[in-house]
Design a protein around this ligand. Structure first.
Ligand code: NAP
Length: 282
């Protein structure tokens, strides 16, 4: 029977730490604030936005939504972005993606103040991470993976970690975070040979390929701690990339889906606003 590494206690701890910090700054007359920049009104974006706004309200963080028309030009978008970028009362900016085709996503990432870049899109933040400089803002999901393991007391030093994903939002930045913790990292992908045996031999396996219940019992052994990043539709609910029912009796520990990494990721996003505020208000 595996230990279930639930996300809620981790998220609750992050939330409590953040609330203390927000309160501390409030006493100095500074109110933590996030701006959401949304183009159009896609149902996915609106429900994500509602969750972010609800989380902000729960921790005493102010929020602002900048809603822009779907046919906005690059010039007008940049002008709107500049307003929140230059506003000293805004400490973090979340630009919803994907952006419409007429907008230049790379130019928009470049224009974001790196200290307000809570989703880690700006090249300064990407580069800092790859130079092992932890003063930048790392992507939320990789940070959530490290946070869950640390919260449950795992020492990452010298551990053999297998990450099944090599994207810029997950596998590559996560490899940097694990290296920072002195783990030995193997990054796998669709051309990896004999993935089941590579996974079975790891101390920590991160699954993030986006295929529901793909990782069956042949991928696991009793030494594995499994961090499941996958979010896949499963009837009325969601499931991870690991086949939880089959993996749980084999492995040492596993994060559930739902109720695992996703729960932590949303708190890390707001934690980045607080980190940005600390960098901006000296
Ligand atoms: P992505 O860009 O499509 O990357 C998928 C990765 O999985 C690629 O590296 C791909 O290899 C690899 N892959 C695909 N099929 C494979 C297979 N059969 N065997 C081995 N590797 C395989 O996706 P992403 O944006 O990184 O997201 C991945 C997953 O993470 C999705 O399920 C997404 O929902 C989830 N996610 C979760 C959170 C969260 O907060 N929990 C946040 C973001 C994303 P190649 O490079 O060779 O193609």
């Amino acid at each position: 029977m595996a230990t279930i590494l639930k996300g809620k206690p981790v998220a609750d701890q992050i939330k409590a730490d953040m609330m203390a910090k927000i309160e501390e700054y409030k006493e100095k007359g500074i109110q933590a604030k996030v701006a959401i920049v949304r183009v159009g009104a896609r149902p996915d974006d609106l429900s994500y936005e509602n969750r972010v706004l609800k989380n902000c309200a729960a921790i005493g963080m102010e929020s602002q939504v900048v809603e822009l028309p779907l046919d906005i030009t690059q010039e007008d978008f940049m002008a709107e972005l500049k307003k929140v970028n230059d506003d000293p009362k805004v400490h973090g900016i979340l630009v919803f993606r994907p952006l419409p085709k007429q907008l230049d996503a790379a130019a928009i990432s470049d224009a974001l103040d790196p200290r307000k870049d809570i989703d880690s899109m700006n090249p300064v933040n990407v580069s800092k991470l790859f130079f092992d400089d932890m003063t930048g803002i790392a992507p939320c999901t990789p940070e959530a993976c490290i946070a869950v393991l640390k919260h449950y007391g795992y020492d990452l030093k010298g551990k053999n970690v297998v990450i099944v994903n090599r994207s810029m939002v997950l596998g590559r930045p996560l490899a940097m975070l694990f290296l920072h913790e002195h783990a030995t990292v193997t990054v796998c992908h669709s051309r990896t040979v004999d993935l089941p045996s590579v996974c079975r031999n790891a101390d920590i396996v991160v699954t993030g390929i986006g295929r529901g219940k793909f990782f069956g019992p042949e991928y696991f052994s009793e030494k594995n701690v499994v961090v499941d990043v996958g979010i896949n539709p499963d009837g009325d609910s969601i499931c991870g990339d690991a086949d939880f029912e089959k993996a749980e009796p084999i492995v040492s520990a596993i994060t559930p889906v739902p109720g695992g990494i996703g729960t932590i990721t949303s708190m890390i996003l707001l934690q980045h606003v607080v980190k940005g505020m600390e960098m901006q208000v000296k």
